[in-house]
Design a protein around this ligand. Structure first.
Ligand SMILES: CC(C)(COP(=O)(O)OP(=O)(O)OC[C@H]1O[C@@H](n2cnc3c(N)ncnc32)[C@H](O)[C@@H]1OP(=O)(O)O)[C@@H](O)C(=O)NCCC(=O)NCCS
Length: 181
């Protein structure tokens, strides 16, 4: 993960403020992974690596986050190795996280937030059938530290079945609803 972040510094620093503090070193990264694991166990923040199936090579990271702003609302975040962009990976993982958010976490709404200038990121919710709910001024600090406008995309539980997100096959490794899917 540390190596992947370092290899992608320029790519990540365009849009993700945390990347400005990278590289933070393997020890800190390990602490972060341990903390992430605790949050995963408590169900507050579900973070995942993205791996190539055949080789196990890490290709990025994503998460289904509880930002604590509204109960039941989850937000998807993602980044993909610059060498593997535009192959549909963020779309595929976001579809899977959307299904998981509704089917396993009983989310009342799932959101994807992005900068309006981040066309690659905005394409993901658009392709999956999310609706643009709001263009929010002064949403969150951008990489320059200034508050930036945010696009807030959303999907509701009853919209899943008719969306592209609902059509993706997800292999949980367990049966979330007690029915074969
Ligand atoms: C945003 C990001 C995760 C997208 O990952 P990805 O795996 O390439 O996404 P996908 O391939 O599923 O979809 C990207 C879509 O954006 C489109 N796209 C890419 N660059 C674009 C651009 N400059 N203008 C318009 N569309 C663009 C692609 O054509 C693709 O759409 P298509 O499938 O209809 O052709 C990746 O670019 C990334 O890691 N960026 C840096 C970190 C980041 O911005 N994270 C999100 C913060 S909100």
């Amino acid at each position: 993960m540390q190596r992947l972040v370092v290899d992608n510094l320029e790519h990540l620093r365009r849009w993700l403020p945390w990347a400005l503090h990278e590289p933070e070193g393997a020890e800190k990264k390990l602490d972060r992974i341990r903390a992430g694991r605790r949050e995963f166990e408590s169900g507050t923040d579900l973070r995942y690596g993205v791996f190539e199936r055949e080789s196990g090579r890490m290709l990025g990271a994503c998460g289904l986050h509880d930002r604590g702003e509204e109960p039941g609302v989850r937000e998807i975040g993602y980044w993909i190795d610059v060498g593997f962009v535009n192959r549909g990976l963020a779309t595929e993982l976001s579809a899977a996280l959307t299904r998981m958010g509704f089917e396993c976490e009983a989310a009342s709404r799932i959101e994807i937030h992005c900068d309006p200038r981040n066309a690659a990121s905005a394409a993901v919710p658009r392709k999956l059938g999310y609706r643009l709910r709001e263009t929010r001024p002064n949403h969150r600090p951008g990489v320059d530290g200034e508050l930036r406008t945010g696009l807030i995309w959303e999907i509701l539980p009853d919209e899943l079945a008719h969306s592209a997100a609902g059509r993706v096959a997800v292999h949980y490794g367990f049966d979330p609803l007690g029915t074969e899917r």
